[in-house]
Design a protein around this ligand. Structure first.
Ligand SMILES: *Cc1c(COP(=O)(O)O)cnc(C)c1O
Length: 384
């Protein structure tokens, strides 16, 4: 039944999260860490909040439905969720990561590659040939990110996950920038869909969290064991806030995507802008793939400025509506300089290999009126 419903309906109703005990339209925030056994040999439904909690369950159920999987596990941050995936591997296994990747994920893979695993990076937007060239006998995980942060490269999830399945490796995609509305990684064959819910799902820059959603129940069980052992779970209050955010996600994200596309067009037409990276633009190298794999093109726009090396700083300091800040995906528009901010943990060589060089500015478009965002950018560009 849910398949026929539109995304807004699905966001509001996914997971059937009414409070069964009281009829509350929203679930209760169960702060209890432990739950009473009716008798010594009778286990309650929930035992201990590190393992499961009714409020977290409600959020997990809702996201599972949106992602089209069988189980979601919510973690205390996106990085806690990502790290849990590495815990599925055996020391000595080989991981293939994307050359252009979120700075924190690069850092995770870099440290994982220091004695524990073998790690290599490929330009995954180049498709299966690039992946095949990097493949080793012990390749067990391909870590993907699409659209990639900050350059908005698009990776062909169907093609790459097929290659993984045929060669005995897990495929996992960081789908944060796509949102659960624009891309359904599990339907394309990916084993694990990961989100930093800190971004679009919670959506208000006030919750830190991460999720892993899978279709396979055996994989869900293994991840459940990892989460139980490592303990980085999403807290009950944050689970509640994330669920509240998820209910309005379609409205927010649709506005954010359309704002980003307007901003990208205005920037592309501006004389002080050298290049705009946005998959909705016809000249983006993976524009056709994005059109096929995504419903909408995302709300991150990055661009290279003409001018000397201080041009990004002059632009950022001149912006009035866009706040200079890390993070993305919230209702307010943010601007950043990746080499000093979101991607500071990457080594300079890795940044060069990824193309995160020169006068690169990253914008996260919020839900403000598009005309106001454009006015702000144009006045700031005057001062570059
Ligand atoms: C923010 C982000 C992360 C990390 O998530 P946290 O919730 O900050 O731990 C991972 N991947 C992408 C693409 C992100 O934007």
């Amino acid at each position: 039944m849910t398949k026929k419903q539109g995304n807004s309906t699905r966001c509001v109703h996914a997971g059937d999260t009414h409070d069964a005990a009281t009829g509350g339209v929203m679930p209760a925030i169960h702060q209890s860490t432990t739950f009473a056994y009716p008798a010594m040999r009778e286990k309650p439904e929930h035992i201990y909040t590190r393992e499961s909690n009714p409020t977290r369950d409600a959020f997990e159920r809702a996201l599972t439905e949106l992602e089209g999987g069988s189980r979601t596990l919510a973690f205390a941050s996106g990085m806690a969720a990502s790290t849990a995936v590495l815990e599925l591997l055996t020391p000595g296994d080989h991981i293939i990561g994307p050359a252009n990747v979120y700075g924190g994920s690069f850092n995770m893979l870099r440290v994982a590659g220091e004695g524990r695993f073998e790690v290599s990076y490929v330009h995954q937007n180049e498709g299966p040939p690039a992946l095949r060239a990097a493949w080793r006998k012990n390749t067990r995980l391909v870590w993907m990110e699409t659209p990639s942060n900050p350059l908005m490269h698009i990776t062909d999830l169907k093609a790459l996950s097929e290659l993984c399945a045929a060669n005995g490796a897990l495929s996992c995609v960081d789908s944060t920038l796509a949102t659960p509305l624009a891309t359904r990684p599990l339907a394309l064959g990916v084993d694990i869909s990961m989100h930093s819910i800190t971004k679009y799902i919670a959506g208000h820059s006030d919750v830190l969290g991460g999720t892993l959603t899978v279709s396979d129940s055996d994989l869900a069980g293994r991840l459940m064991q990892v989460r139980n052992r490592t303990g980085g779970v999403l807290a009950p209050l944050d689970s509640y806030l994330a669920l509240r955010g998820l209910k309005t996600m379609e409205l927010r994200v649709r506005r954010q995507f359309s704002n980003a596309s307007r901003v990208a067009e205005e920037l592309q037409a501006h004389g002080k802008v050298a290049q705009v990276h946005y998959p909705g633009l016809a000249d983006h190298p993976q524009h056709a793939l994005a059109g096929k794999q995504m419903d909408g093109f995302g709300a991150i726009v990055s661009f290279h400025l003409h001018g000397d090396e201080n041009a990004p700083e002059r632009l950022l300091n001149a912006l009035e509506l866009f706040t200079i800040a890390e993070s993305l995906g919230g209702v307010e528009s943010l601007a950043g300089f990746p080499p000093l901010m979101s991607h500071a943990t990457m080594t300079p060589e890795a940044r060069r290999a990824a193309g995160i060089t020169g006068n690169l500015v990253r914008l996260s478009c919020g839900i403000e009126d598009a005309a106001d965002l454009v006015t702000d950018l144009l006045q700031a560009l005057e001062q570059v």
